[in-house]
Design a protein around this ligand. Structure first.
Ligand SMILES: C[S@@+](CC[C@H](N)C(=O)[O-])C[C@H]1O[C@@H](n2cnc3c(N)ncnc32)[C@H](O)[C@@H]1O
Length: 287
């Protein structure tokens, strides 16, 4: 934080989040404080504000300014085939099970600008499953969702993306899935038509479909325990019997109220499977 900025208390930070919720219905009240402080310090510099109450006045008065703050608070950072080992494990261990469903539904929660959902679509396509799959990709950041729906990305990012695609077990060439247009690339509409992008908040919205696989990666790290618990509860409710959950490299379902309901896949990082329900004396109980 810049030296001339007045330090602020956690109570002031919470007051800002409460005010944003009341004014715009975006609920950041249960995010992890340390990372929220980092985001806000960045916002104070960006808006050239000397104090948090001053920033609060600006964003409450001006919806455009709030839109800019939203870009800082939501951390819209992602890439294709992020953690390639995750996508390789998905291809090898999860896709064979997904193939047993007539029409698998997959939820990418916190999809950002769409690279993760697109990566999944490519894996499903190469495994012959995309045509009968539906991917729901949700986020709270409207700008990110708009970009995601376009499927247009900087050409510069494709070198890293191609290397990660191959490390993730890609069976062709990444460039076969896009058309270069000057400094950008446009991904094939035949991939995008299987992805349904929508606004959905893990903090305030409820489950909207039964799914066989949920990927929610690098999102829970920004939530406090209460909100992690809520999100994991939604995933548990949405997943079918023995459905799969993929998390980010620094995320675990432990310590949540549904922790015992998920088991890690053997020798695979960050992929979990919903445990089978226990049957007691012929009565079904959710474990
Ligand atoms: C760091 S990005 C992760 C993107 C992608 N999942 C990945 O792993 O590359 C975090 C995303 O979570 C979204 N997000 C934050 N809070 C959310 C909420 N309450 N509900 C849904 N998405 C949220 C942000 O808008 C952002 O796009």
């Amino acid at each position: 934080m810049h030296a001339s900025v007045v330090p602020y208390t956690d109570a002031q930070l919470q007051a800002l989040m409460e005010a944003l919720y009341q004014r715009y219905s975006y609920d950041f009240r249960h995010y992890a404080l340390p990372s929220q402080r980092r985001r806000l310090n960045h916002a104070l510099e960006r808006f050239q504000c000397a104090s948090l109450p001053a920033l609060q006045r600006i964003v409450l008065d001006d919806a455009v300014a709030f839109g800019q703050l939203l870009q800082i608070l939501t951390v819209p950072v992602t890439q294709m085939f992020r953690d390639p080992g995750f996508f390789l494990a998905l291809r090898q261990q999860v896709v064979p099970v997904l193939k047993t469903y007539p029409s698998p539904r997959i939820w990418v929660a916190g999809c950002c600008t769409g690279e993760e959902a697109l990566s999944l679509a490519i894996v499903l396509h190469e495994e012959g499953l995309l045509a009968r799959s539906l991917i729901y990709a949700t986020d709270i950041n409207p700008q990110a969702l708009q970009k995601a729906a376009q499927g247009v990305y900087p050409l510069l990012r494709m070198e890293q993306a191609s290397a990660d695609y191959l490390a993730a077990g890609g069976t062709g060439w990444l460039q076969d899935y896009y058309t270069a247009e000057h400094a950008t690339v446009r991904f094939d509409a035949r991939l995008l038509e299987h992805i349904n992008y929508a606004d959905h908040s893990l903090a305030t919205d409820s489950v909207f479909a039964e799914t066989q696989l949920i990927c929610c990666r690098n999102v829970l790290i920004y939530f406090n325990k209460t909100l992690q618990d809520r999100a994991l509860g939604l995933f548990h409710e949405s997943l079918c019997h023995r459905g799969f959950l993929g998390l980010g490299s620094r995320e675990v379902p432990n310590f949540s109220s549904v922790a015992d309901d998920f088991e890690p896949l053997p020798e695979v990082a960050k992929l979990y499977r919903k445990r089978a329900r226990k049957h007691v004396s012929g009565v079904r109980h959710d474990t």
